[in-house]
Every structure is written in C-alpha cells, then in structure tokens.
Design a binder for this molecule. Structure first.
Ligand SMILES: Cc1cc2nc3c(=O)[nH]c(=O)nc-3n(C[C@H](O)[C@H](O)[C@H](O)COP(=O)(O)OP(=O)(O)OC[C@H]3O[C@@H](n4cnc5c(N)ncnc54)[C@H](O)[C@@H]3O)c2cc1C
Length: 584
C-alpha cells in the first residue's frame, strides 16, 4: 500500500529499500512475491500518479530540469568542457529516473557483460546469465499504431510477460523513410541491424523504448513494477520520505551491521528511525547512494574527518569512480512540417495534441525521444588507439551511439523544422572518472557532482569521429529533399578540421545522464570497490546496494555501451534472486 502517514508504518520490516526508483521498485515487487517478507520503500520524491509530463512519452523533455520531479543538480565546472557546469537531472519521484528519462531501451553489448563477469570472476554477470533477466523484466508490446513489426525487432531475445513495457515507435515520422534509405545507400559503418538489443549491437535500426504500446504511455518502474502490486499487504511505500543516514545497529559475524534507517518526512520535522531485520537495500541511485553512505560515516576516513564525520567503516571508493557518457547534438533545418517543433513552441497545439493523446492514446505524442538508433565501432587500427588502450569492452562492442530526434531540442523560430542527430561517446577512458562528494555534515545538503568528462586522451577523438559519422549520415543522397542545411553556422560540416569539431564538442556537449560507478563492484577479496559481486556492501553486514551506482570496475570505467536503465532493471532482477536465495 501507498501509506499516507508514518503513523501507519510497522515497527519493523524484513527489508527496507531506500529509494523507490528504477531498481528499488523492481526489488519491492520481487521481494514481496514472498508473502513472508514485509518490505518498506522510502522514497524522497512525490508520487508520479496523474502527472501528464511523466505519462506522455513525447513530453519526456518536460520532466526535468527545474521541476518537482527532479533533484535539480548541477555538476562542478568540467575542466574537459572549458569549465562549463552541466545540468544533471535525477528523478525525485516514484519511479526515480525511469519516470523522467527519455525511455530509450538498450542493453549494451554482450562484451560489456562478459567484461563484468571476467573482472569479478563471477559468471552471474555474463551476457548469457543476464539475458534471462532482461527478458524477465520485459513485456514487449505491440506499438500504439498496431503496425506490422516483423523485421523491426528480433522476438527471440525479448520477454513478453514481464513488468516493464517496451515497444517500437507507435506513430510514423517523416524521418523514417529517408533514414532507412540513407542506411541502405551508405553501407559500411551504416549497416542495418534488425535489433540492437541481441548483444550484437553494431549497426542501425529501430529504437525500442520503455513505452507501453497499447496505452501509448511511459512504462516506468512505478507504473510497471509497483502500481500493479501496490495492494500487496506485505508492501508499504512511503513517499516524501528522505533518508539521511543508515545507522549502526550492532555487530554480526565480526562486521558492523547497519540495519537502522534515519529519515525525514516532507522535508521538515524530526529525524525518525526505522529498522530492518534482514537487510537495508540502498537503491537511491548513482548520486544519492554514495551521499547516504558518506553521511553515515562509510567512506574515505580522511575526507570524512575533514567534515567532522566519524568514520564507522573506511571504504575509500565510496563516491569515486563516477563515469558517464557525454552527448552532442547536430541539428539540421528540414523541408517538412511533420516534425515535433510546432508542439514544442506552440502551447495551444501541444494542448490539443494532449487531448488527442488522452482520448485515443495514439498520434505523435506516443513516440519518445528517438525512433532510430545505431552503434558504431572504430577500427582497431584507428590512430586513436596507437598510444592509448582501446576502451571498448570487446571486439564487437561500439565506441559511440547515434540517435535521431524529429525536432530541435531547443527553442526554435516560428515556421522552422528540424532533424537532430545525437552522438553519445560510450567508452570513457581510464582517467575519465568523476565523483560524488559531500561538503558538509548536513545530510540534506546537495552533494557535489563531477561528471569527469573528456579527461582521457581517447574521449574527444572518439567523439570527433562520432560527429563525422553524423555528418556522413546526413550527407546521404536519401536526405536530398529533406535536409536543407545545418541549423546553425557554428555547426561543423564534413570538411571541418579536427580543431573545429573539437571546439564544437567542447562548447555544446551535455550529458546523456548515464552516471554509474559510485558504488563500484569488485570481487570479495579484491582491493577497492564498494560492493562485492553479490552487491553486498564491503566490510559491513546487512546492507546491499542495488542501483546503477554498482555498474563499473574499481580500476577502469566499465559502463554499458548504451543507455543505462535497461541494465539497471536487469541487475535489480538478478539482485532480487540473490537476496531471495540468501533468505529462503
Ligand atoms: C534526463 C535523463 C534521461 C535519461 N534517458 C535515458 C534513456 O533514454 N534510456 C535509458 O536507458 N536511460 C536513461 N537515463 C538514465 C537512466 O534512467 C538511469 O541510469 C537509471 O534510471 C538509474 O536508475 P537507479 O535505480 O540507479 O536510480 P533512480 O531511478 O534515480 O532511483 C533512485 C531513487 O531514489 C530516490 N532517492 C534518492 N535519494 C534518496 C534518499 N536520500 N531517500 C529516499 N529516496 C531517495 C530518488 O528520488 C529516486 O526515486 C536518463 C537519465 C536522465 C536523468
């Protein structure tokens, strides 16, 4: 049940899940499948119920920043971006970042997962082991417009009975035809790939999204995993409840146990405590999980001492090793009125389309950010890798992603229409690590975030090649009647020098918001890291971390080569099985 007051809490729960976000709600669902387990979810943000910006896929860019559903963070100035600070959204709402993200559904390459398994010495993280969890989480649904999707995806790698709805684009766009023709025309790096989620990612195809086709609406961990099971008597969910710290409750098996959770309701009032008998599970995400650990005296003892916080567990890797994917957009003026630009600049049109969406669950608003996506790998003998190691996970893993959006992601002059093509640099090199730090002993102060962009020698050159790939794609004859020219004079063209392209990247890059790694996994006996390969907090009894913050290695950035929500769902599904088997 969704509780309306702390007065309805039980005195004690078997499991307390901190954060009702992407991973947290997967656990809430799976753990309460066992009627013997009582589970509490504490979520800092409000309920997502009835919020149209969250439900309507095409409004996804209206969910953040500067909304009640976003933590509204900003990074510190990024040395790799000439000192620019970036807006850094994170979901602050039931469903967490799955309620505010852009819904692109990608799993990464098989090599990404095999790399985790090799590094951890734990085959449980290999592609072969994780694929069943991708399928378990997924309910592949027909698209809103019911068009024939055979040949647009590979059913053998998808699940059809999970809690997370996934679908192909549900309304046609004017980009569809010239894009398909451009891929056939160009060949080479632009090979067609029927489905980029089979583990063999390279190539271009239809984008899959966490959108429920029949209802034309966003599928989040809240709408997918939580809402259908909220009536379970052994599940309590409290929103507007922000956890400040986990507290040491005793010692077990020679390790300090932290089975007490301290929190505050509605941002005011006294700090309250509640305890778990089996485990406290931190699912507060890559920014807030390390913040809660540091607040609790679990982290680097020197840094904690400087803030006057007593170190209870010295774990120097808490909050370090943040890795993320930078993103740049190139945009082109197009000869079409079928783009989404008119909705973005005309509130009356957007309101009319919202009414259509509410009545029919069809039309352009059922589509998310991207309808087409592709992955490219640079050749092994690229000069970029002559002096620095190739950071891709394996020989079949991409270096960058390209996706197409049917609009300009910025204010545009009346009457103009755009195609935007984005590049995401997927393989940060070994120095490209940022951090999450706290700067005060006030547990509610904003943490300090460093995205660590463009710190490795391979990062910018890879992004440069991605920009050139976009320009080659946009120069296909297939677009001759469609693309009129670049959206701005500052955008590099095919003949631009390396220096010109680099300057454009540095001036315009933002984040794809794929922060991972701040609670890195490492094998039980291995140095560094924050959790072991079963996601148990190191040197501690009774705490696990289950969210995107575990995805990396303690030595080098191992980020899935794609968007990070699908990997988070799969890892949470696996974590639920690990926890259940520990307590059966
Ligand atoms: C704008 C944006 C667009 C994105 N687009 C995509 C995309 O298209 N495709 C994709 O796959 N990925 C995308 N991502 C990334 C992806 O959504 C995230 O990697 C993933 O959802 C993270 O899941 P999580 O469980 O780690 O954290 P979250 O889903 O963020 O969950 C953490 C939860 O914990 C809560 N919480 C935090 N601190 C506390 C506290 N102290 N007490 C109580 N509760 C707390 C938060 O409010 C939140 O609900 C995007 C991210 C952003 C920000």
């Amino acid at each position: 049940a969704l509780l309306d007051s702390v007065g309805n809490l039980r005195p004690n729960y078997d499991f307390i899940i901190v954060g009702g976000g992407t991973a947290g709600n997967v656990l809430a669902n799976r753990l309460t499948e066992n009627p013997a387990f009582n589970v509490l979810v504490l979520e800092a943000g409000p309920s997502d119920a009835g919020v149209l910006e969250i439900e309507i896929p095409q409004l996804c860019l209206h969910t953040a920043p500067d909304t009640p559903w976003d933590w509204n963070y900003t990074t510190v100035p990024q040395p790799g971006l000439n000192g620019a600070s970036l807006s850094y959204p994170r979901g602050h709402v039931l469903g967490g970042t799955s309620s505010i993200n852009c819904m692109v559904y990608t799993r990464g390459s098989s090599a990404d997962w095999d790399r985790y398994a090799n590094y951890l010495g734990d085959l449980g993280w290999s592609w072969e082991s994780i694929l069943p969890y991708f399928k378990k989480s997924e309910k592949f649904t027909p698209p809103s417009d019911q068009h024939n999707i055979s040949g647009e995806f590979n059913p053998s790698v998808h699940g059809f009975s999970g809690y997370l709805s996934v679908s192909l684009p549900g309304a046609p766009t004017p980009v569809d035809k010239p894009f398909a023709e451009a891929i056939s025309e160009l060949g080479g790096e632009f090979e067609w790939n029927e489905d980029v989620n089979t583990g063999n990612q390279l190539g271009f195809g239809w984008s899959q999204s966490t959108i429920d086709g029949p209802s034309g609406s966003r599928s989040s961990s809240s709408s997918g995993y939580l809402r259908p099971i909220l009536q379970r008597l052994n599940l309590h969910v409290l929103v507007d409840a922000q956890v400040s710290r986990i507290l040491q409750s005793g010692t077990q098996q020679g390790l300090p146990s932290f089975l007490e959770v301290e929190y505050q309701v509605n941002g005011t009032g006294p700090l309250l405590n509640i305890s778990a008998s089996k485990e406290v599970i931190l699912s507060a995400g890559s920014i807030n999980t390390p913040q809660i650990l540091l607040n609790s005296g679990i982290g680097d003892s020197a840094k904690l001492a400087a803030l006057g916080i007593q170190t209870l567990v010295d774990l120097p890797d808490v909050g370090v090793n943040l890795s993320d994917h930078p993103l740049v957009f190139l945009s082109f003026l197009v000869n079409s009125t079928g783009t989404y630009d008119d909705f973005n600049r005309n509130a009356t049109l957007a309101a009319l389309e919202t009414e259509i969406w509410e009545k029919t669950r069809k039309g352009p608003f059922v589509n998310g950010l991207a309808q087409h996506v592709g992955y490219v790998r640079l050749p092994d003998d690229s000069p970029i890798f002559a002096t620095s190691p190739n950071p891709a996970a394996g020989t079949t893993s991409p270096h960058f992603e390209i996706f197409l959006a049917n609009f300009l992601p910025a204010a545009s002059p009346p009457g103009t229409h755009f195609l935007s093509i984005a590049a995401i640099m997927l393989t940060p090199g070994s120095s490209s690590r940022g951090s999450v730090n706290i700067t005060s002993s006030n547990p509610f102060a904003h943490p300090v975030i460093d995205a660590g962009f463009f710190l490795s020698p391979t990062d910018l050159p890879i992004m440069r090649e991605a920009v050139r790939t976009i320009l080659r794609l946009a120069s296909a004859q297939a677009w001759d009647d469609y693309i009129l020219g670049p959206a701005s004079a500052s955008q590099p063209g095919l003949n631009a020098t390396d220096a010109d392209i680099d300057a454009y990247i540095i001036a315009s890059a933002s984040s794809a918001y794929h922060a991972v790694g701040t609670s890195a996994m490492s094998a039980l006996g291995q140095d560094g890291g924050v959790v072991d390969s079963a996601l148990r907090l190191k040197k501690v009894h009774g705490v696990r971390v289950v969210d995107a913050s575990v995805l990396t290695s303690a030595q080098q950035p191992f980020v899935p080569a794609g968007h990070t929500s699908a990997p988070t769902y799969a890892l949470a599904e696996r974590a639920a099985d690990l926890i259940k088997s520990d307590f059966n």
